[in-house]
Each structure stands twice: as C-alpha cells, then as structure tokens.
Design a protein around this ligand. Structure first.
Ligand code: AHM
Ligand code: MG
Length: 335
C-alpha cells in the first residue's frame, strides 16, 4: 500500500500545524471516529442479527426509536463521557442535555451535539444512513456545563462532520480549514484519506426535495421546482431529482457531485422537519467549508441563535449558485 494517510495520522499532522493546540479537539475527533467504527460494524450486520425492529420506546419527538438508533446513541454517549475532553453532550435521541461531570472531564472545554443515526426509516431497507456531529467550545468558564454552552449559533462550531454508512463507510469532517473525506477500509479497520480538500461545484444539475409535499409548499418554492423541470439547454435543465430520504446521504451526494437539497417549511411543517443543532448546523458548516451555502431561504443557517435544543429549521443547502437561485424565487422583491 502506497501513500495511504489514515485518519489518526491526518488529525495529528493537522494539529501540529497549530502550535498552541492542546490536542483536545484531536482526541475528541478520534473518539468519535472510534465510536463510528463500532456503529459501522453493527449497521453492517443489521440484516443478520436480531437487532432490527422497533423498541417499546419513542424518542422525544414522539417518533418510534429503532434499536440501531439506541445502539448508536449509546456508543457515542459512552465514547464522549470517557474521553475526558467533553463536558456536555446533546443528542437528538435525548430529551435533555447530558452533563459530563466525572473526574477525567473536570477541565474539559468542549461540548458535542449529535444525531446518532440519521435517516433511521431507511435502516430496515438497506439504504444509506449516517451519524452527524457538531463540536463547540464551552462558553461558561468552569463548573458543570450549562444549557447556554450547547445553545450556540452554528458559526461558533470549531468542528463538525458526519459518517455515512453506505456502499462504503466514510467520515467527512472539517475543523474550519476545508473539508476532508476518509473511507473506512474494513480489512485494516482504518479510515483512509480518499477525498482530500472537497469543494462543492458552484452549479450542478440535481435538486433534492420530497416532492410529494408539492401542494403544501410556498408559491415561490413551487415556482423554483417548476424552473428545475423546464427544458433549457443553456442551463442543462431539466435537472434530475434525487431524494433518498436520508439527509446525510442526500447531502453527501450533492457535496461530491453538486446540487441543492431542500427541506422547506410547509403547511404541514411550518418550521421544516430537520433539527438546527443536530442536523442543519453541522452540515451547513461542512457546506460552507467546501465553498457551498446553507440558508433557511431567508437567512444563513449558521447565524441562527438557537432557543431550544430540539428546534427545527427549513434548510436550503448545497451548491452556492443553486441556493442563491432558489432564494431568488422565494424572495422575488429582495433583489
Ligand atoms: P430522522 O432523524 O428521524 O431520521 O429524520 C430525518 C430524516 C432526514 O434524514 C431526511 O432528510 C428526512 O428525514 C426525510 O423526511 P421526509 O420523509 O419527510 O422526506
Ligand atoms: Mg435525523
């Protein structure tokens, strides 16, 4: 094997480029990647063992929690609680945030938020799912972590990323210096650098939206969808519609090939469906770091001041030119 850079080596190399770095963030990223490998192992044998099916539990949003969601949630909570670098955790699957107050975490200065297994309705049908994470520096000086440490706007993230369990398992992350992607080689158990310095194309020919909800959408968005479907050789329309129903998988495809993903406000879901802290902020951070854009249709996702842990937001994310174009349909007088 020639010139393979594995994730741990990459993280350490990056850290040495910052003379005052303590190594705490590097340690957290490595702990998350280890939890991801354990989740990967379980996801891959999901069809073989008795882990599929629904538990008696429902999550804080009233949705049914599948067993693999619980497993992924527990793995990440365990990894972060013993890491010694994390003083607070919030998970899409937990109603309240978790204060990490053990002996090894006394001086920890980071908080981590995550969606342990996004796209969980796809687990039983062998379609890609993912883990999304977001890391902030705490804002309180000392003592047990507080809610305000977790309720920070996305622009304050110091790192974010996702793991996609797909035709291969990949970890994609950023610490604010571009985006890099690593593919897991299961035979050696290492994430190997496969997609250095990812840049999302400015324009592309894919749009992703649950178009079954067309009649529930705002007029401007309906017009944008009609625009995507019109024939125009100069702009390559009609565009192709691709929608997996796993945010991580739809986002990942668009990150690599270009495209726009929309989960809008609708008459059914006036705030959209996706969660600001666990899903939208981390992927918005990745999109921007790759040269893309992420907005609510009106304002930058990363500028939203969160009010509650589980709040939702509409999202338009992906190729910068396409997001701008969609916004122009939503706000025709804003020009
Ligand atoms: P989940 O966190 O319960 O899995 O829900 C989030 C998922 C996203 O992955 C996906 O983009 C979206 O829900 C799909 O929703 P819909 O079925 O309404 O199109
Ligand atoms: Mg989710």
């Amino acid at each position: 094997m020639n010139n393979v850079t594995v994730l741990d080596e990459f993280i350490i190399k990056r850290q040495s480029e910052f003379p005052f770095a303590s190594g705490d963030l590097s340690k957290l990223l490595r702990d998350i990647s280890l939890a991801a490998k354990i989740i990967h192992r379980e996801v891959n044998k999901a069809g073989l063992v008795d882990i599929l099916g629904v538990t008696d539990n429902t999550n804080v949003h009233g949705e049914t929690v599948k067993k693999l969601d619980e497993f992924a949630n527990t793995q990440l909570l365990n990894a972060l609680q013993v890491s010694g670098k994390c003083c607070g955790i919030a998970s899409e699957e937990e109603e309240d945030f978790v204060v990490v107050d053990n002996e090894v975490s006394k001086e920890a200065k980071y908080v981590v938020l995550f969606d342990p297994l996004d796209g969980s309705s796809n687990i039983d049908v062998n379609v890609s799912i993912g883990t999304i994470f977001s890391i902030y520096r705490r804002v309180s000086e000392s003592g047990p972590c507080r809610l305000s440490d977790l309720l920070q706007k996305g622009a304050k993230q110091v790192a974010a990323g996702y793991i996609i369990y797909g035709s291969s398992t990949m970890m994609v992350y950023s610490t604010g210096h571009g985006v890099n992607g690593f593919t897991l080689d299961p035979s050696i158990g290492e994430f190997c650098l496969s997609h250095p310095n990812i840049r999302i194309p400015e324009f592309a020919k894919t749009y992703s939206i649950n178009q079954g909800q067309f009649l529930l959408l705002a007029d401007g968005l309906k017009q944008y969808i009609n625009y995507c479907q019109e024939t125009d050789a100069a702009t390559g329309r009609p565009y192709s519609m691709r929608y997996i129903g796993s945010f991580v998988a739809d986002f990942h495809r668009n990150l690599i090939n270009g495209g726009i993903f929309i989960y809008p406000a609708s008459t059914k879901n006036p705030e959209g469906k996706l969660r600001l802290l666990y899903e939208c902020n981390p992927l918005a951070y990745i999109a921007e770091q790759a040269g893309g854009k992420a907005t609510t249709g009106q304002e930058r996702i990363l500028d939203i001041e969160p009010l509650t842990l589980h709040q939702r937001t509409p999202i338009y994310i992906g190729s910068a030119g396409m997001v701008q174009q969609a916004e122009a349909f939503l706000n025709p007088t804003a020009e």
